[in-house]
Ligand binder design. Sequence first.
Ligand SMILES: Cc1cc2nc3c(=O)[nH]c(=O)nc-3n(C[C@H](O)[C@H](O)[C@H](O)COP(=O)(O)OP(=O)(O)OC[C@H]3O[C@@H](n4cnc5c(N)ncnc54)[C@H](O)[C@@H]3O)c2cc1C
Length: 392
Amino acid sequence: MTETFTGIPLEQDYVDLREAVAKVCADFPGEYWRGLEKNDDYPSDFVNAMTKHGYLAALIPEEYGGSGLPLRAATVILETIHATDCSAAACHAQMYTMGTVLRHGNAEQKQQYLPGIASGELRLQAFGVSEPTTGSDTTQLQTRATRDGDSYIVNGQKIWTSRALYSDLMLLLARTTPADQVKKRTEGISTFLIDLREAKGNGLEIRPIETMINHHTTSVHFDDLRIPASSLVGEEGRGFRYILDSMNAERTLLAGESLGNARYFIRRAVEYANERIVFGRPIGQNQGVQLPIARAHAEAEAADLMIQKAAALFDAEQPAGAEANMARLLSAEAAWNAAEACFETFGGFAFAREYDIERKWREARLARTAPISTNLVLTHIAQHVLGLPRSY
Ligand SMILES: Cc1cc2nc3c(=O)[nH]c(=O)nc-3n(C[C@H](O)[C@H](O)[C@H](O)COP(=O)(O)OP(=O)(O)OC[C@H]3O[C@@H](n4cnc5c(N)ncnc54)[C@H](O)[C@@H]3O)c2cc1C
């Protein structure tokens, strides 16, 4: 019997889960998402439906009210959502932040937050890593958390902190020991789980950033924000390492989303190419139309295999950095090439909002930039997989 990397027979790779998720997504057609875009509204009904069915708590262990599924199942959930008209961007952080919270959070933190997150009472949707001045050079981040008795005082600024206005909690990365006092630049950085409800207006301000997609991203400003010392996740100074667990989960999960996007574009392109008659024959009969779609399909299938491998390694608690990055790269490229093939196939109609192609095309572009840019994935592979000199 042919098996996936997770040991599941290939033809049984979460078939029931895919069907169940797609059924919920069917209640949220393109019209729903187009309506939200007019005012950059948050898809509360969609997020509530996903929460009600337990999909956002897929990775939370059963003892805390979640389903305790492996990362592979979570990537399938996101892939399925994105293969429909829907987008999980408003709620996917709830999954990838678990990479840090489950592995490095203490028993009290898990007991305090996980049941509420699983039930939907609490949202952990904000992941504060990026900063305006240091960009991809994460270890140089400037946000400081200074210990003061039973508290930390946080100062600095994050940028692109998506969903912060719709989240109760935020996973924050901040420097606790100045960079010139540590041996390695990855040291002296800590991770905090912050309660945004208490922080807002008390040293924390969140400002929305308008973007080309409905992504609810923000800049977050810390001005002497006092947080309890119990917000620290794991040991002080080791946060960069903890965040890498979230990042590998994030890259693999978001690769699932890109794969879903690729499948969406390929399906829509094939349907349209078969239906649209120009010069007395379906446009899909022309090789100029069909070959880019066929290539995108091959790329999507290859990306799928790398996602399965990355998820299997992560679930086995094996090093997954190289595979998570490659899954991210291959799926983002597959989605973008599929988006372009689909856009081209639809001709002028791709521009008409009612077809949803332009919206999905805009959304698919993000994967080549965030959470990590294509160049930075390639430099990781060059250095850590191939042993080439560090280029930055
Ligand atoms: C819509 C949106 C949502 C986001 N959500 C979040 C979020 O929720 N939380 C969060 O923390 N961040 C988030 N991000 C931030 C995202 O992770 C960063 O934008 C991304 O990592 C790139 O960083 P940067 O924009 O600072 O680009 P920079 O680091 O300034 O890079 C700019 C360009 O230069 C290239 N470059 C830089 N250095 C090198 C080098 N050494 N070699 C080759 N090329 C190089 C990059 O590849 C890129 O193309 C989001 C971003 C967007 C746009």
